[in-house]
Design a protein around this ligand. Structure first.
Ligand code: GRG
Length: 329
């Protein structure tokens, strides 16, 4: 049987040239200015590799509706500043997350963490600077052919996804839960979750994952399409797809903490377990987590079929979903 182009989709062939463009754009947007030490600290984390998963999702979502081409722009040109803004906010969150007052990590992306190299004060400020630069890049560098109302919506949604309703809120709920949970053991979940009965514990964890990790990923799959003026059906399907993918991405992350190694992960594995953190694996076990991932993969693919776009247009998004679920780093 001859496979269709969709089944043949090669994620590497899709991602590699786009990753190069993302790296070039991030370089350009962070050319060293004054004070030099601040820009060096920002660039140390921003340009230290990473999968560029959020940026790729944003570009893939824009390319899925590329037929609209605002003012003759390609989707990649229209969405690149947004994709880079996402990577800046993501890098900021990693810098802050690694600080001694949070996860206190020594390694990230296979290198010493930002505060280990530049000190805590500079790491905090480099994160702050990346957070604010992200908005400036989005608003100033998005080409003028992109509809201004779409751009405003995207800027507002980026702030919401990052702020108290999104990533920051999720991180706070996670920190509260971690403070209460010393050990999470099968059969003793009620006590381990600080008195929450198990069902509530699972709901709490899903809500943490959806905000801490999922909000930016949902934004990524929605924003590219919004910049390209996609219709409501597509936007709604892409937002729901992003939610499913965001949850899957974090469950995979929880599993990698259990099964990964320092070299492939670029960070210390086993930290969640050692800290008695509330994770998908701590509640559902390894098998239960893998079953959840399989369900989410089917659900995500079904949502893309409901987007009103041909399968060939959403092939990259499907490939990125599978990557998120089956990845080793
Ligand atoms: C100050 C606005 C503000 C926010 C900071 C610290 C914090 C609030 C949030 C932490 C959010 C966080 C670090 C979530 C974990 C997300 C996660 C799974 C990261 C790993 O992402 P990958 O695998 O990393 O995409 P790479 O290195 O490939 O980019």
């Amino acid at each position: 049987m001859v496979a269709t182009p969709v089944l043949n989709f090669e994620l590497d062939a899709y991602a590699t040239p786009r990753r190069q463009l993302i790296e070039q754009s991030l370089e350009q947007y962070t050319a060293i200015c004054d004070p030099e030490s601040l820009w060096q600290a920002m660039r140390y984390s921003l340009l230290s590799g990473g999968k560029r998963f959020r940026a790729l999702l944003c570009l893939a979502s824009a390319e899925a509706v590329e037929a609209l081409k605002p003012g003759g722009l390609t989707a990649v040109e229209a969405a690149m500043p947004c994709a880079c803004a996402l990577e800046m906010i993501h890098a900021m969150s990693l810098i802050h997350d690694d600080l001694p007052c949070m996860d206190n990590d020594d390694f990230r992306r296979g290198k010493p963490t930002n505060h280990k190299v530049f000190g805590e004060a500079m790491a905090l400020l480099a994160g702050d600077a990346l957070l604010v630069l992200a908005t400036e890049v989005l608003l100033r560098k998005t080409p003028p052919q992109v509809d201004r109302q779409c751009l405003i919506d995207v800027a507002a949604e980026l702030a919401r996804a990052t702020g108290p309703e999104g990533m920051v809120g999720g991180q706070v709920s996670d920190s509260i839960a971690t403070g209460l949970v010393k050990t999470v053991e099968a059969g003793n979940q009620e006590e381990a979750a600080g008195g929450h009965p198990p069902v509530q514990t699972a709901q709490l964890l899903e809500s943490i994952h959806k905000r801490k990790t999922g909000a930016l990923l949902r934004f990524a799959t929605w924003s590219g399409a919004r910049l390209m003026q996609a219709n409501e059906d597509t936007l709604s399907a892409f937002a729901s797809f992003g939610e499913v993918l965001g949850l899957a991405f974090q469950i995979a992350d929880d599993l990698l903490d259990l099964t990964g190694d320092l070299q492939s992960l670029g960070k210390t594995p086993g930290k969640d377990q050692a800290a008695g953190k509330l994770t998908w694996v701590s509640i559902y076990g390894e098998e239960g987590s893998r079953r959840a991932l399989a369900d989410l993969e089917s659900k995500g693919k079904a949502l893309l079929s409901e987007s009103g776009l041909p399968d060939s247009s959403t092939a990259a998004l499907r490939g990125l979903l599978s990557f998120a679920i089956h990845r080793r780093s």
